[in-house]
Design a protein around this ligand. Structure first.
Ligand code: GAL
Length: 432
């Protein structure tokens, strides 16, 4: 029964990923902006009281975006009080456990953060979310949300969340001074990285900064994408790529080699700590989603190309490996009307522009004011509109929570024994 359920969830995820298509995420065009002040939502307009919003955006690179969104919310709905129920911990590792307990106890927050894709499908399948199609109709959102994103939040024609952004996962960040001092260019392949890594190690610099386990899963998905290529990587999630094949073995061997060039205290570092190693010049590179751009630019006031530079992670140029943070309306939310007001702001152009400039992500909406975004994010917008697309495993797009947990367990064992054959066998079992 459990297996069947897992399979069903998996195939939903696969359908959603397939629905992405392989090229081009340009959004639908020509739609008018519907701002948070549209006033068409009578239910929300009459709401008073508070709204409890659950996320994991508490620290550097996370909180500034949330605060900016809350500021718009407060301006639009002064009669409502925002209650921040954020639980710290990158990628929601702690938050998701707390949320699961609350949902099980019938005590949901009024709105919670969930990733578009397989992760959201888990909540939908568990009957934990309200259908938000009515809000999309009211606000005209189907015309401004990317056609490629909607299938990842839709089941049976019903739309279940409000995407606030699109993050890019496959980014390699670097310290430009360290690169210049060591005559190193951004590596475009892992083989180029290995050459650079030798030079860096000889100079006493950590080649690749790494943090706690979820960041290692994040690195793993980047290496898989770079080594397998986009089509084969996407095929891992819809059953068309063989997890037991020789290409997979080779990719795992590359991953094992990459780990040799990382800091030994990775397990005890948050993602921000790993990025900090790059900022300080103790490390040259770090692979992290572009919330790191928010951390570099907003929290550390660094200037692009001076304090930090970036490229697609090795082997992934031309592919945008994405994820999307979205907000939900849980069934049984105590302050339902206020939650609808929150969602109205989260889906508005004003809300998304305020949020994303700080967060280091691009808006989910296609009608954002590009001119207000910094260079990195303007680049990301261009790439999102033109690149091939792949989903992130670590951040909920490609695999159900159960499948991802199995992969993560296999990774944890591998980090201990570094046995590629065992790792591959465990991944095959996880996919079975
Ligand atoms: C992701 C989330 C991002 C960012 C990151 C680090 O899962 O989608 O918005 O917060 O985790 O915590």
């Amino acid at each position: 029964m459990q297996t069947l359920q897992k399979r069903a969830t998996k195939s939903l995820a696969a359908t959603a990923v397939l629905a992405l298509g392989l090229v081009g995420c340009a959004s639908t065009t020509g739609a008018d902006d519907t701002s948070a002040t549209s006033g068409s939502d009578e239910t929300a307009a009459s709401a008073t009281g508070s709204v409890e919003v659950f996320s994991w955006w508490t620290g550097g690179g996370e909180e500034a975006g949330l605060n900016a969104l809350v500021e718009v919310f407060n301006a639009e709905y002064p009669e409502l009080t925002f209650k921040n129920a954020a639980v710290s911990g990158g990628a929601g590792t702690n938050a998701k456990a707390v949320l699961a307990t609350r949902l099980e106890a019938g005590d949901p927050p009024d709105s919670f953060q969930g990733h578009a894709g397989a992760e959201l499908m888990d909540y939908i399948n568990a009957g934990q979310l309200e259908d938000l199609t009515f809000l999309y109709d009211e606000q005209g959102w189907t015309a401004v949300m990317p056609e490629t994103l909607l299938p990842l939040i839709t089941v049976d024609g019903k739309i279940y969340s409000v995407p606030v952004n699109i993050h890019r996962a496959n980014v390699m960040w670097a310290n430009p001074t360290v690169l210049a001092d060591n005559s190193i260019e951004m590596p475009t392949t892992w083989d180029e990285f290995f050459v650079a890594a030798e030079t860096l190690e000889a100079a006493g610099i950590i080649p690749l900064a790494l943090g706690e386990q979820w960041t290692q899963l994040h690195l793993f998905e980047s290496v898989l994408l770079g080594e397998l290529g986009t089509a084969a990587y996407n095929g891992l999630w819809d059953g068309t790529t063989d997890w037991s094949g020789p290409e997979m073995t080779a990719a795992l061997e590359t991953f094992a080699r990459v780990l040799e060039y990382t800091n030994s205290d990775a397990a005890s570092l948050a993602w921000q700590d790993a990025t900090q190693l790059v900022i300080d010049g103790d490390a040259a590179f770090n692979i992290m989603g572009d919330w790191a751009e928010g951390f570099l630019r907003v929290d550390n006031s660094l200037v692009e190309q001076e304090g930090y530079t970036w490229a697609a992670s090795p082997g992934t140029e031309g592919t945008f490996q994405f994820l999307s943070d979205s907000f939900t309306l849980p069934i049984g939310a105590a302050n339902r009307d206020a939650a609808i007001s929150w969602l109205t702001v989260a889906g508005s152009a004003a809300g998304q522009d305020a949020f994303n400039v700080q967060k280091g992500s691009i808006p989910a909406r296609s009608d954002a004011d590009k001119s207000i975004y910094p260079v990195y994010l303007q680049d990301a917008m261009d790439d999102w509109a033109s690149n091939e697309v792949a989903g992130s495993l670590t951040h909920g797009v490609t695999a159900s929570n159960a499948w991802k947990a199995d992969i993560d367990t296999a990774l944890g064992l591998f980090l201990g024994d570094r046995d590629v054959a065992n790792f591959q066998a465990a991944l095959v079992t996880a996919a079975g």
